[in-house]
Design a protein around this ligand. Structure first.
Ligand SMILES: Nc1ncnc2c1ncn2[C@@H]1O[C@H](COP(=O)(O)OP(=O)(O)OP(=O)(O)O)[C@@H](O)[C@H]1O
Ligand SMILES: [Mg+2]
Length: 234
């Protein structure tokens, strides 16, 4: 479904990503781990069209997408939830969800999608009139994920959805991810809570200073000595 082939990218003359190749198969969950500054967010920004790659190619559903504008990429079915979520705190829950369905494809089906999203996350329906800025951290992350679903994506990219949240809430956020995974969405997730994230993943990649240094199925990944020492503390 998503295929990143030999992508390099950076900011101005600073090169960050070197020759990165990853793929996300239809209906699978892939996680990307790596230390701070290794380029994880940059890679998601490149895929979503926010940062232009300097080399390589990106294919989605067989179509080349690198070089397309972010809104075109959303239209093709890739939703991106940046770190900290992407909601407008001064708007209500409902208004935020409405804004998530701005693509031509999603707008036509707004009412149906809204009902589907409320079924997945009933709490949001209860709070539909509440100003989003007054939601708890976990609820806000739920809204960010729900807002991404409103664009009717096939692939959802999540950048550290559990970042900055208390441990009890972190578990909740992984439940939200589990919920959307069970719906059959493909997911590409960057996470520092490796043990919990790998539990959801079909496949995992390790990024180190802009280079992919390890990849594997969930079980192999957990056995890797570098992962054990750096990310699992064992
Ligand atoms: N807009 C920017 N301009 C210049 N350099 C940037 C910009 N954004 C990120 N960088 C640099 O690119 C490198 C990779 O950043 P990136 O945000 O992709 O890392 P990350 O793996 O997501 O880190 P973290 O775990 O801290 O979120 C860092 O050295 C960062 O300082
Ligand atoms: Mg990051």
């Amino acid at each position: 479904m998503l295929q990143v082939e030999g992508v390099s990218a950076g900011y101005g003359k600073f090169n960050i990503l070197n020759n990165i190749s990853i793929k996300v198969e239809d209906g699978t969950t892939v996680i990307m781990v790596g230390s701070n500054g290794s380029g994880k967010s940059t890679l998601l920004k490149v895929i979503s069209g926010v940062v232009k790659p300097a080399g390589g190619a990106i294919y989605f559903d067989g179509q080349r997408i690198d070089g397309q504008a972010p809104h075109q990429i959303v239209e093709l079915g890739i939703a991106f939830v940046p770190e900290g979520g992407r909601i407008f705190p001064e708007l209500s829950v409902y208004e935020n969800l409405k804004m998530g369905s701005y693509t031509a494809r999603a707008r036509k089906e707004f009412q149906t999608t809204l009902q589907e999203v409320f079924q997945l996350f009933p709490l949001l329906e209860k709070r539909r009139r509440q100003v989003s800025g007054s939601l708890s951290g976990g609820e806000r992350q739920m809204l960010s994920i729900a807002r991404a679903l409103m664009s009717k994506p096939k692939l959802i990219m999540l950048d550290e959805p559990s970042s900055g949240l208390a441990p009890k809430i972190v578990a909740k956020v992984f439940e939200f991810v589990e919920t959307i995974k069970a719906q059959g969405y493909s997911i590409l997730m960057v996470e520092q809570n490796v043990l919990q994230a790998v539990g959801l993943a079909d496949y995992a990649y390790l990024l180190s200073t802009g280079n992919l240094v390890y990849q594997g199925e969930r079980q192999e990944f957990l056995k890797n000595p570098e992962i054990k020492v750096s990310y699992l503390g064992i």
